[in-house]
Design a protein around this ligand. Sequence first.
Ligand SMILES: [Zn+2]
Length: 764
Amino acid sequence: MPNKAFEKVIENLTLNKSFKSLKLEGFLNEFSHSGQLILRNIFQLFNDMVHFYMREVKEEFPFDSELVGFFNYNFDDLFINKTEKPFFADRLFANRLVNLANSFRMSAARNKIYIFKGPAGSGKSTFLNNLLTKFEDYIRSDEGLIYEVVWRIPSEKGAYDPIPISHEVEEEGYAFPEDSEGHFFFHGERLLEDTVFEVPCPNHDNPVLLIPKEYRANLLREIVPEGEFKKRLFKHKQYQWVFQDQPCTICSSIFDALIERFTIRDVFSMIFARRYFFHKKQGIGISVFNSGDDLEKVIVRENEPVQKFLNEFFQDSNKVKYLFSSYSSTNQGIRALMDLKAKNVQRFLDLHGIISDEVHKVSDLEERIKSLFIVLMNPGDLEHIGEQNKKDESSIDHSLKDRIHEILVPYVLDFNTEIKIYINTFGDQIKLRFMPHVLENFAKTVISSRIKHESKAIQDWVKDEVVYKKYCDPDFLILKMYFYAGIIPDWLSKEDRSSLKAEVWKNLLAESESEGHEGFSGRESNQIFDEFYSKYSKRRPITMKQVGEFFLDENRELKKKIPKDFLKHLTDLYDFEVLKEVKDSMYDYNEEEISKTILNYLVAITQNIGDTVKNPYINFEEVLVTSDFLDIVETHLIGHNAYPVVKERFRREAIAEYASVTLAKEIKVEGKKITESNQYLEMFSQFTKTARQKVLEPYGKNNNFRIAIKEFGTEDFLKYDTKIREKIKLLFANLSGKYGYTQDCAKTVCLYVLDNNLADKFEF
Ligand SMILES: [Zn+2]
């Protein structure tokens, strides 16, 4: 009995693995639908791979990311999901990687060494391992379709002897019988498989290169269907190689040798296209070298059976030399050095010769190499090599630098990514043990050790630094961290927000290039978190105070890596945020009431104190104009501490605006309602804002209110009067619904706000 389950496995594997080689003609037929896949060199392939795994997260634009070039890319599929060890790309790095990939599409990529440079513990080897493993997967997928040349040369004498079927045979040489559709037969299809000798191209040439150069353009013009791809193919620089490159020396010599004996039609019939797969472990398509790996002793590689066959077939041992180097196995592939130490230094220097002119000698053959060279290194490594080689090869240093493209892999600078790392290591439940904002602030504290203490970009841009005194550090590290995470905090002043243009962003992003190279490494920050979490997570919820206590502990050595007073300023911001949340949660001012107040004010200011006036906007209700009324409204509109002169000026200007703009223009000319006018809308929003700010006033110093909060949820709570009970219920409901506080956290934060007198701290 056949085992059904096992049969199923075989069936699935057959489906997965069976990629039949195509005859050249079949390969050319593929251009009608898959040209844009088949015609890719390694650089174009890399770009497609990156975009294949990337998701762009559309966000409600806090800024014009297109203009700024700072997008929210998600690389979870490339670096996190289904990996042995995840790598966390923050927003800055993700943008760098996409920019690199896109640059490969912009031009005919030249050989360069792409150096990913980052300090120890930045995770760069994890980055590269994941990238290469996923690249291998990508090449196996439908989207990763790419072909390489394999020669199928008839091996048995009988197979290429003239076979007298119904066919005319050329007088000399060997010809293959052909059926009516132009397919060649040896002794029928099955025999073909048995009697051919496969000679793969060791350089993984794209089969299109076997079409002689001078015919390629015309052929492609015929077989590639009209459309976007065709336009790009003939116009874009990235496709220059399709028309300019030659097949490798081995393929050229096989072609030349065969053409002496066969018709061109026959020679083409021996060219097959098979799918090119990468096998990192076997060093095919992708080769990765560690510093301890021995240098290859025999530089010239050969393949005895193939060479023997070729010698016998052509009866000449010089016609085709099947010789190649280890570089050929990663031609149109990736060659990577995991560091720049020990034996990898020599490998790195060897690359120099290769990349300068793309050609090197293998025995007496020329081998042309086009690969993506990737090197990982620590800062300073390159300079070190330069010094070592100055004495004997002074030119290397300079010319090598021209051939290097650096991409930085610093420590994470985006606090949301930093949190993702903790969650990955310690589990999702850690979020529940922290008061809202506090985990974020832990991550910000870690990141503060990694960024520079001065920012010219921000200093040049921020107009009035004093505005931020109460909730941001004077060096604006906190503000910068928000930007690196792609967030514009809502405490940014209106003025600065409107001047936050692409230019400012560009300066900021340029500044980021020099950051993340020192401070707590990725490894350290995980250890620090571990220690912190095991100390405090039992007494939940973890508060801001504990974060400060932990980092500033004299016994812990963490303090010196954190900028002076950073935690004080971070706590200020925390205070500012939680105060706002508590106030907002208590606020239930009646909008209708506010609207009425503003409309009465607008009517009242044009009258004299003591007058009674009918308000046309609210059914001619009577309003008594008193100085108290005007004063209360103006306090809400311009602030508590405004001097009488300021209030008077404000009133004068309001009257002028009301008459000349609101009435004369907006209402009379534009036909707006009073509640649609600018003046009304601005007053309404300002009044609401102030009312919200002042909402704590009646309760701040009320001890009953404080104790009632403590007793919320217990029977004792019921003894308080309805007004307090309702207020607290509203407060707790909003804190939970709007801001995600559990009852426990809500209590803690309310008491924190009251006990620290935060309402006074932020009184303007
Ligand atoms: Zn070749």
